[in-house]
Design a binder for this molecule. Structure first.
Ligand code: ATP
Ligand code: MG
Length: 392
């Protein structure tokens, strides 16, 4: 009897023509996570089988991978004789504490001479004979033992773990995530990765108005996202001169609107040059003045790039729930100022007018954008951490 992990694919099962592409991407992701473990992978159209010296060590390493529907610890037997199946089930149950059980059989090998219901009945009877005080409970058993009869082998399993669902990261191309240190953008990144998109990251800083700690916080968040996906690049843009210019020279109620239009322009340029085919951010309809639908409209107007806003319709509490689940919340609430919070006008406009924006932007010094684009700091994710919260 050989112990292994049986991987049931997630939504990729619906992708008929591209199925092998998705499965191979999943294999690659799993291989990356298991780089210092002795293992072997076999795969077919429906499942993946991971053999390892220590299967229990493999499980936690791959539980966070997108594209997996369910992970099952299974026991494989080659001799499919019914008496061997009965014995093997009892051997497995010897290590389990239980009062009630149910046997469920699935026979994909239709040539096997005994029908599924009969197999369940025979195995169940054998368990009752070998374990004194246990009973069958078909509705709510302590142990649900699956017997899967396949042509090449029989798989026995009762331990199942929910997978992360979604698509393997990378199968849907690459996007650029606007990553601030706040709660929202990292959650937006996580949800986008779940749909199979791999990410690069973009952070605008305004040193000396914002701190190195604020940058380190963003690096920590990018590293956290790496655990769910791919290696990537974090582009750090020095936004100080642009912000100061807007602050000194442009209409103050529109300060955030102008800032965000400049951010989008820069984001589009970086995305294009680095082969990202979309921009992702944590915007949410109505969360703040700069995110009314009108504001989103006039800011979006500077680019033709697809802007993905996974959190557009979320409640803040729903966003916080995800942040806590993925472990970003405690990092995000560290109290370092972001460039958007340093320069907040007293009365930000909630219905910005495009005519006025065009008029004001006629005088904007667009050389500042080129200058920012020519001085980008690039940080590779994952980053080697030097000390507790220090990276560079
Ligand atoms: P978060 O929304 O992540 O909590 P925030 O609330 O400070 O951060 P908002 O003002 O709500 O940010 O901005 C909306 C979105 O714009 C963010 O979710 C993020 O995607 C992007 N953004 C804002 N500030 C920055 C920044 N300094 N660098 C990169 N992206 C930013
Ligand atoms: Mg926000």
């Amino acid at each position: 009897m050989e112990k292994l992990i049986l991987v049931k694919y997630g939504e990729l099962t619906t992708k008929k023509d591209n199925r092998n592409y998705f499965i191979n991407a999943l294999v690659k992701t799993i291989e990356n996570k298991l780089n210092n473990i002795n293992y072997r992978i076999e795969k077919d159209y429906y499942r993946m089988f991971i053999y390892a010296d220590d299967v229990d060590m493999v499980l936690p390493k791959i539980q966070g991978i997108f594209g997996i529907h369910e992970l099952v610890i299974a026991y494989k037997i080659i001799n499919n004789d019914i008496s061997n199946i009965c014995e093997s089930v009892c051997n497995i149950l010897n290590d389990v504490t239980f009062n009630s059980f149910k046997i469920e059989t699935n026979r994909s090998d239709k040539k096997y001479p005994i029908r599924s219901n009969d197999i369940s009945r025979m195995v169940g009877a054998h368990v009752l004979k070998n374990f004194n005080s246990v009973k069958v409970d078909v509705h709510n058993p302590d142990v649900l033992m699956n017997v899967e009869i396949r042509r090449e082998a029989v798989y026995l399993y009762y331990e199942k773990y929910s997978g992360m669902k979604g698509y393997p990261v990378g199968t849907m191309g690459k996007a650029l995530l606007m990553l601030s240190g706040g709660i929202d953008s990292v959650v937006a990144g996580y949800l986008t990765m779940k749909r199979g998109v791999c990410l690069d990251f973009l952070y605008f800083e305004s040193i000396p108005h914002t701190s190195i700690e604020a940058r380190n916080k963003v690096i920590s968040l990018a590293n956290l996202l790496y655990n769910y996906g791919n290696m990537g690049k974090l582009y750090v843009v020095n936004f100080t001169k642009i912000q100061e210019y807007i602050y000194k020279n442009m209409k103050s109620e529109y300060l955030i609107t102008f800032m965000r239009r400049m951010m989008y322009r820069i984001a589009e340029d970086i995305a294009k040059k680095t082969h990202s085919i979309a921009i992702v951010n944590g915007e949410n309809i109505g969360q703040v003045a700069s995110q009314t639908l009108t504001s989103i409209h006039v800011v979006n107007e500077v680019t033709n790039y697809p802007i993905i806003r996974p959190l557009a319709t979320y409640e803040k509490l729903e966003i916080i729930d995800v942040a806590k689940k993925i472990g970003s919340y405690d990092i995000s609430i560290l109290p370092y100022e972001d460039c958007c919070t340093v320069f907040v006008p007293k009365h930000p406009v909630i219905n910005p007018k495009l005519d006025l924006i065009y008029e004001e932007e006629k005088n904007f010094d667009f050389n500042l954008i080129d200058e920012a684009l020519n001085n980008i700091m690039v940080i590779t994710i994952p980053t080697i951490q030097k000390t507790n919260n220090e990276y560079l």
